[in-house]
Design a protein. Structure first.
Length: 347
């Protein structure tokens, strides 16, 4: 098999972390980067020993030097760029959230199926060895019946109103950037929820800065989840069942250890020693899938991605938070405003 050649679109912090971890991937070569500024693209290329740097995203997308493209630009651009990649027959690993809503995601996955192009949402946590260990423990019945998942992800975020996390025109807010992780963890084990309750604090820039989400399932499981851009949080996850509980330490979504405590309080700790932050594991998965001719990863499928975004859509609908170009239910406007007073507190 020839070396799979990777390009990166975007040069922010996430792209840098990804490029740094790429050195630890089993295969593939990082050959290209694109940024809107020449200096930034050139600097990134020299930092990570990348041969090609482009000032225009579409030059990279159309380059015959690249097989797979990692998209790490603000959320609102994911749809447009991923669509161009698929139409150019490039495999895609797109940062989460894959797009800003179910409708956009569905259109891209349908297009990928039509064009027979590999596409994956970059839910890197799914491939983290500690998460894989937790998954195996639960599959093996170590917890008996799994009843409860509690997880949070929060930090004291930026204060600059133009920052992508706070900027409504860039599809900012705590839910899509941070809340997606706890919701992912809950759905990994329980599937799409049957019931959703949510409390949200809206910040000065009209995006959510703090969410508490309660998900429920017909079979009796519950998940209590939190995401925040205003609190220094423990960022731990706990999964509780009839035979024991599992704790994933801070920061759980990129953990290097996990602990199983059984009903007799006997503890088993598993620790992993891997370099970097762990982006290499999703890179390995993409390379494996492409080599095997798969269009999607069985571990984080298109349907998993669609189920995840549809839960986030529902929560945003409850908040009354819509981004540019999204259709909102006009006739219910009065209800939504009334609804705001009950549920949503200004920060």
């Amino acid at each position: 098999m020839e070396t799979i050649r990777w390009g990166i679109i975007g040069t922010g912090a996430v792209a840098r972390n990804f490029a740094r971890d790429f050195a630890h991937a089993k295969a593939g070569k990082l050959v290209a980067v694109a940024s809107r500024k020449k200096e930034t693209a050139d600097q990134f290329a020299s930092d990570f020993d990348i041969d090609l740097s482009f000032v225009d995203y579409f030059s990279l997308i159309n380059s015959d030097q690249v097989d797979v493209i990692y998209i790490a630009v603000p959320h609102h651009l994911h749809f447009k760029i991923a669509k161009a990649c698929i139409l150019s027959n490039k495999s895609v690993l797109c940062e989460k959230p894959f797009t800003i809503n179910h409708k956009q995601s569905k259109e891209l996955y349908d297009l990928a199926a039509l064009r027979e192009v590999f596409v994956m949402e970059a839910m890197w946590t799914r491939f983290n060895p500690a998460i894989e260990q937790v998954y195996d423990w639960i599959e093996d019945g170590e917890l008996g019946q799994l009843h409860s998942i509690r997880a949070n992800f929060g930090f004291v975020g930026p204060t600059d109103a133009k920052h992508r996390l706070l900027n409504k025109s860039l599809a900012g807010g705590a839910l899509l950037d941070l809340g997606i992780y706890p919701v992912f963890l809950a759905q990994l084990f329980f599937g799409k929820p049957d019931f959703i309750q949510n409390q949200t604090v809206i910040g000065d820039t009209d995006v959510d800065v703090f969410n508490q989400i309660l998900l429920g399932w017909e079979q009796g499981q519950l998940a209590s989840l939190e995401s925040s851009l205003i609190s220094h949080s423990p960022n731990k996850a706990v999964l509780s069942g009839s035979k024991g509980y599992i704790e994933i330490d801070s920061t759980w979504l990129m953990a290097k250890s996990c602990k199983l405590t059984n009903i007799n309080n006997h503890e088993s700790v598993v620790e992993f020693d891997f370099p970097g932050m762990g982006y290499q594991f999703e890179i390995d998965e993409v390379n494996r899938c492409i080599e095997e001719g798969l269009l999607q990863s069985p571990s984080f499928s298109w349907q998993d991605s669609l189920d995840l975004i549809s839960t986030l859509d529902e929560i945003r609908e409850d908040i009354g938070l819509y981004y540019d170009g999204e259709e909102q239910p006009v006739d219910e406007h009065d209800i939504h405003d009334h609804h705001h007073e009950h549920h949503h507190h200004k920060h």
